[in-house]
Design a protein around this ligand. Structure first.
Ligand SMILES: [Mn+2]
Length: 345
């Protein structure tokens, strides 16, 4: 049998924190749809039997009905594929959930907090999901594989715990217990970085999720399990340091940032080094693939005036404050920057 395992798609997420650009949230939400469509196309082309969605398919807080319809229409296009969804902490099975209120395609099975078993001649699929934004019910305890000759699969959303204490609010699962059950494949969601049991988020959700994102394709034959990672997100999020020490004006910085080869990826740039100028520009002036800029530089400019002009007096006071540890270097830089701005105007 052939399967595709995805998780943590987070449809309609606002993508606010990853960017300084207002339009990027919408761009990324369109790319979520494209990535999901790539999964559906792959399923069609390869006649995949099962699609496992291990939670956080969408954001309960932000999801639009139009997006649910979009997803469901794509499920209809793969009517011979059985779709299993285990709700996660971002899309829990609560009263006003679309999981409960929407009329989903016939090939879609949505699990609830109670463990359910869906079985045919060869395959047995166990699943359960979140009943709220937090859950710690250890439903795994109640699962006992009855027929080891069948292909046994688990679909759920949760956190793997290596020790014995099952603390936590995101369905903590004991790794020892999980492995000892004897599943042939364990389809989990929650951890956005690809790992044992986890395919990672379908598209990267932030700069703590660097690298390629996509899904797991698997084939199980006579108890032999083969899995491959397939990329679905056409872009990667990347973070680089950019030294400004040899740059002498804001215009020059903008020019150099526009020369960074970003290909089709999305970048966060950390400005580092000693800065000779004031940074105060709109990100719109920079190439589109740079979506966040963090200034980690130190201001190199010093006020050297040592006379009784206003600038000289402020400068003396400021130097005294840093000597007496009344202000730290960061505060010193900020005040200095402000003073330079005032005097330059
Ligand atoms: Mn998630």
């Amino acid at each position: 049998m052939k399967f595709v395992h995805i998780a943590d798609i987070h449809f309609d997420a606002p993508f606010k924190t990853i960017t300084d650009r207002a339009e990027l949230g919408q761009i990324r939400r369109i790319e979520q749809k494209e990535a999901f469509k790539n999964v559906i196309e792959f399923i069609k082309e390869n006649n995949v039997d099962y699609l496992f969605i291990s939670g956080d398919l969408y954001e309960q807080e932000y999801i639009k009905k139009s997006t649910i319809k979009y997803i469901n229409e794509l499920f209809k296009e793969i009517k011979d594929t059985n779709v299993f969804i285990a709700p996660g902490n971002h899309d829990p099975y609560i009263n006003n959930s679309y999981y409960k209120t929407f009329e989903w395609a016939d090939n879609v099975k949505i699990f609830t907090e109670n463990v359910e078993k869906v079985e045919n001649e060869d395959i047995c699929i166990y699943g359960y999901g979140f009943n709220n934004y937090e859950m710690n019910l250890n439903q795994l305890r109640d699962i006992n594989i009855e027929n080891k000759n069948k292909i046994n699969i688990l679909v759920t959303h949760g956190t793997i715990i290596n020790g014995n204490e099952l603390n936590g609010i995101y369905n903590p699962i004991s790794k020892n217990e999980l492995v000892s059950k004897g599943f042939d494949y364990i389809a989990l969601g929650h951890i956005h970085k690809r790992d044992e049991f986890y395919p990672g988020s379908l598209v990267s959700m932030g700069f703590d999720e660097l690298g390629e994102h996509g899904f797991i394709y698997g084939e199980i034959n006579e108890k032999d399990v083969n899995t491959t990672f397939i990329r679905a997100d056409k872009r990667e999020l990347k973070e680089i340091d950019f030294d400004v020490s040899d740059i002498y004006s804001e215009d020059e910085l903008i020019e150099k940032l526009n020369l960074v080869n970003t290909e089709n990826n999305l970048y966060k740039i950390n400005l580092i080094g000693e800065r000779n100028f004031i940074i105060d520009f709109d990100i719109k002036l920079i190439q589109k693939n740079i979506i966040k800029i963090k200034d980690k530089t130190n201001l190199k400019v010093e006020i050297k005036e040592n006379n009784n002009t206003l600038k000289g007096i402020i400068s003396k006071q400021l130097n005294k404050k840093i000597e007496n540890n009344e202000i730290n270097q960061k505060e010193y830089d900020e005040i200095l920057e402000l003073i330079i701005k005032i005097f330059n105007n």
